[in-house]
Design a protein around this ligand. Sequence first.
Ligand SMILES: [Zn+2]
Length: 158
Amino acid sequence: MKVLDLQCRQGHVFEGWFASEDDFQDQRGRGLVQCPLCSDSHIDKRLSAPRLNLGAAAPEPSAPRAAEASAPAPGGSTAARLPPALQAAWLELARKVVAQTEDVGTRFAEEARRMHHGETEERAIRGQATADEALELLEEGIAVVPLPLPAAAKETLQ
Ligand SMILES: [Zn+2]
């Protein structure tokens, strides 16, 4: 699995998870890679080298399936690397995700797969996935996005 540091034209920095470099180029070419903060689809890779990230799982703008990280990613979460002004925006986004997705918890991989195969209703879900599960989903062509949800986003709603 490739974890790429991406940047939009507004300078927002975020992580994207892809099965491979080719997968990233393909998705970007089709406008599927979007900034999670401003939805800009003009995304460029940052110059830092891609690394293998075994700590978190990934979301896809067109298919809002979000997997919370099951372990802290090396180098800190996406939110932690944002400037303070953007952290507030990130928190707001995270709250929206929490409000608009169904929490399927540890059944995330199973539910994502069932939706992919048309065995259950298509809907936005979030939950926990291990790195292995996220990798399997990506290899099966099921789009997932890593989303390190701030704890505050959940606390305010539950
Ligand atoms: Zn942006």
